[in-house]
Write a protein that binds this ligand. Structure first.
Ligand code: XIL
Length: 455
């Protein structure tokens, strides 16, 4: 059903536009009331969003039907990356015949949950069908550009960032390009060509170069750095660099991880941690996760983190138990470490809450010139009689209204400490919320919601 040949089907956007139109007509007729635009992105996603970042997971379409898999994904993550479903062999296994069904299932699920989607990946030497490798140069160039065009057109407007080219550099000290059909037949210029084609197809998507063993400063990352610098100087469209960050004892988190992210950011691109997993267990694994999250938070252009799977049992390196949830979907110490590093706290349940209350931020509406924010305050395992939550509203944004809470402003007028008006008393596990309207004055930055304190 999702089979599509080039130039044939109108793609997904038309479908969405129709359903929005239908909802609008029904609402105008008073038939339904539209739900708000609140997006619940989940505990890790919300904590990261309060820091202006996303926190996502790689997902596989064939696990979405497993209830604890879907509920863990929905409760925790604010972004998804299809683990294999958008690779060339999955989408165009024979020339010109596209099958988007598995990738569509993931994108539909994510959009239904208000999650962002990373597109992975358009041009890569691996998981590449044999017919591509067999083409001669002219044909290969046409096939590459057609693949990018068809795939990005299908998902136009739905993908936050695309990994346009994946893993084009060799490991080791040479700094050379990796041999691949694209490199060998088209030369270095294939990367630039892929990015230019991608920009023309979906100018709204961020375009990333993605690689591994580039997480610290070394010959390979130096070569990628030189390429990105050259692209920025010559105006080749590139917006972001992805650092896969697959770590284990042979390939530990580099000591210059943060510095390496920063030097790329200083070239004028965003940086993203795209495939994080760290083999190990217990507090050592938790400490490494903390290091990685803190490095991203310390680099203002580090826009988000994706872990390469939801649960250890489906990890591509399951023997190394590298993820945040074990095979039974229990939170591991690494989960608590990530949540704490993101400034969130576990509101009880199986993780065991530490704070007496938690504060979770959601943007509930947005329009040209402003937005509404909502903070849900939830009591921990004991009842509370009052609470207090600091909210930093980045300058030049201004708060124009606040409800269900009373603000005390700092001298600089950017931090409002919100206390309850009538809604201070909460039983154990109960919650309330306050909301506010912000005039953006040109800034799209998210407010930073600090830790809730209670008594
Ligand atoms: C891996 C998937 O996790 C596996 O399921 C698949 O068998 C092979 O690919 N770098 C990447 C990812 O960019 O696409 C890879 O994903 C892991 C390494």
């Amino acid at each position: 059903m999702a089979q599509k040949t080039p130039g044939g089907s109108p793609g997904r956007l038309t479908r969405r536009a129709l359903s929005v139109l239908t909802a609008g007509v029904l609402a105008a007729a008073g038939v339904v009331s539209l739900a708000g635009t609140a997006e619940a992105t989940g505990a890790l996603g919300d904590a990261a969003a309060a820091k202006g970042r996303y926190f996502g997971a790689a997902v596989a379409a064939n696990h979405l039907g497993e209830a604890p898999y879907a509920s863990t994904l929905n409760a925790q993550f604010g972004s998804v990356t299809p683990e294999n479903e958008m690779k060339w062999d999955a989408l165009e296994s024979s020339r010109g015949s596209f099958n988007f069904s598995a990738a569509d299932r993931i994108v539909d699920h994510a959009r239904g949950q208000g999650m962002k989607v990373r597109g992975h990946t358009l041009v890569w030497h691996s998981q590449l069908p044999g017919w591509v490798s067999g083409l001669a140069a002219t044909d290969l160039r046409a096939a590459m550009n057609n693949h990018i065009t068809q795939v990005m057109t299908h998902y136009k407007g739905e993908i936050d960032s695309w990994d346009v080219v994946n893993e084009a550099f060799q490991d080791g000290g040479s700094g050379a390009r990796r041999s691949s059909p694209f490199q060998d037949k088209l030369g270095n210029g294939f990367i630039e060509e892929a990015f230019r084609t991608a920009r023309a197809v979906d100018p709204g998507a961020k375009l990333c170069y993605n690689d591994y063993n580039t997480d610290g400063q070394n010959a390979k990352s130096n070569a990628v750095y030189a390429m990105v610098k050259d692209f920025k100087q010559r105006g080749v469209p590139i917006d972001c660099v992805g650092f896969q960050s697959h770590f284990n004892s042979n390939s530990p988190v580099p000591s210059d991880y943060r510095a390496n992210l920063q030097r790329f950011a200083d070239l004028g691109v965003d940086v993203q941690i795209t495939e994080l997993d760290i083999e190990g267990s217990g507090s050592a694994q938790a400490a490494d996760y903390t290091t990685v999250v803190n490095a991203c938070l310390a680099v203002s252009r580090c826009t988000g983190i994706t872990v390469w799977g939801v649960t250890d049992k489906y990890s591509w390196r399951s023997g190394g138990t590298p993820l945040l949830f074990d095979g039974d979907y229990n939170k591991k110490p690494a989960y608590g470490a990530v949540l704490a590093a993101l400034g969130g706290s576990d509101g009880g349940g199986d993780g065991g809450g530490t704070g007496a209350c938690t504060a979770t931020y959601t943007q509930t509406a947005t329009w040209n010139g402003g937005y509404n924010g909502q903070v849900t305050v939830k009591a921990g395992s004991a009842g509370i009689t009052t609470w207090s939550v600091p909210v930093t509203v980045p300058s030049p944004q201004k708060v124009s209204a606040l409800w269900n809470g009373a603000p005390a402003w700092d001298a600089g007028g950017t931090v409002m400490t919100v206390k309850p008006t009538y809604n201070g008393t909460l039983a154990a596990g109960a919650s309330t919320s306050f909301g506010f309207t912000v005039t953006s004055n040109g800034s799209t930055a998210a407010p930073v919601v600090g830790a809730c304190t209670a008594s």
